[in-house]
Design a protein around this ligand. Structure first.
Ligand code: AQP
Length: 331
């Protein structure tokens, strides 16, 4: 059975973007794969996190993933810092990856913003830690949103260079599993930026803990242009906000953008936004409700993560020990 690894940073409450780009896919892939799903708290601190908020966000994410349908008995759900193999392999990969490779990572440029000198060194080497997350388990399939595609190519470059430099065939090739529709959900306030859980504006995103009223308000206020929806996908050219709302509708209703426009083309945004709100609420409200219930018992959530970490460690330890032996550490 192929092994899947994927992670989400507890740097805020997961969004509809995380759900459509990743979490929904994670749930589906549980059939037929051995899955590891990781709350990547080492990644989260690449931008400053208040320690109490980080603890609480980690539990909230665990609750949301369980509520969304992750089965922590049959698969593994854990937080990254509990398995030291990730950080050890990441250091080796920092020494394999080239600075020129990291310089090409567009997510660093986006996240560091204008003042790159002030970004943490951790943010810069984020992709080498991500490569370690995956390869510490010899995982071969990685369900991610479109924004992470470049990082997975880098993971393959690192694995190949490691194998080449040390004359081994130790690390496998990894494959990105990117969903076709709404692989990149954009901000509700700016169709040129991706929806992000750490965006300072709460109005830019749907949180997976939002209630129906909050969702309705955010969608009503979502930025759009004036013309009605076109009847064909070509008419969305140059209209990023309209395209985003249509893509979200398509992803949530399991249809193509063309099929959504065949139904809603010609409608004004007032009418379309109401239909979209109903779809979003139908998806998010059950998750938010169940996550709220699970958060009532934090000791149980901590136990689920502890148990997951023990099972993750049992897989990663021998792999990373072998990588350490290959590079020449005495151990
Ligand atoms: N807007 C998005 N559309 C589609 N997929 C997305 N993902 C994130 N945002 C979108 C996917 O969610 C998974 C987990 O992401 P992450 O938490 O590891 O990091 P991220 O990509 O940096 O997500 P955020 O929400 O933007 O977090 P912050 O604000 O902390 O940086 C990944 O598979 C990602 O592709």
């Amino acid at each position: 059975m192929q092994r899947i690894f994927s992670g989400i940073a507890p740097s805020g409450v997961p969004t509809l973007g995380n759900y459509l780009g990743a979490i929904r896919n994670w749930v589906a892939l549980q059939e037929g794969h051995a899955c590891l799903y990781c709350l990547v708290d080492l990644h989260a601190i690449t931008t400053f996190q208040d320690p109490d908020a980080l603890r609480s966000q980690t539990r909230t994410q665990a609750a949301i993933l369980l509520a969304a349908g992750i089965d922590a008995d049959r698969h593994i759900l854990f937080n990254q810092s509990a398995v030291s193999a990730h950080a050890r392999l990441a250091w080796i990969f920092n020494c394999v990856a080239r600075v020129g490779w990291l310089n090409r990572m567009t997510q660093f440029k986006d996240k560091a913003g204008k003042d790159r000198e002030a970004a943490s060194a951790g943010l810069y080497v984020y992709p080498t830690l991500m490569a370690a997350d995956i390869l510490a388990y010899h995982a071969t399939r990685v369900p991610v949103g479109d924004d992470q595609r470049q990082h997975l190519e880098l993971a393959n470059d690192i694995a190949q260079k490691f194998n080449h430099d040390y004359g081994v065939t130790f690390f496998p090739t990894v494959e990105a599993l990117v969903p076709p529709e709404a692989a990149r959900v954009m901000s509700l306030r700016d169709g040129g930026r991706k929806m992000s859980k750490s965006d300072p504006s709460d109005q830019s995103r749907i949180n997976l803990t939002d209630d129906a009223d909050a969702i309705a308000l955010k969608i009503r206020r979502a930025r759009t242009d004036a013309p009605p929806l076109p009847s064909e996908a070509a008419g969305l050219e140059g209209r990023p906000e309209a395209r985003n709302l249509v893509a979200i509708m398509a992803a949530l209703s399991g249809r193509s953008v063309a099929a959504v426009l065949a139904e809603h083309g010609g409608q004004g945004f007032g009418v379309f936004k109401e239909a979209l709100t109903a779809r979003v609420v139908a998806t998010v409200a059950p998750i938010a409700g169940e996550a709220g219930r699970l958060l009532g018992d934090p000791a149980h959530l901590d136990g689920v993560l502890r148990d997951g970490a023990a099972r993750a460690r049992a897989i990663a330890e021998p792999v990373v020990r072998e990588a350490e032996r290959i590079v020449g550490f005495l151990g």
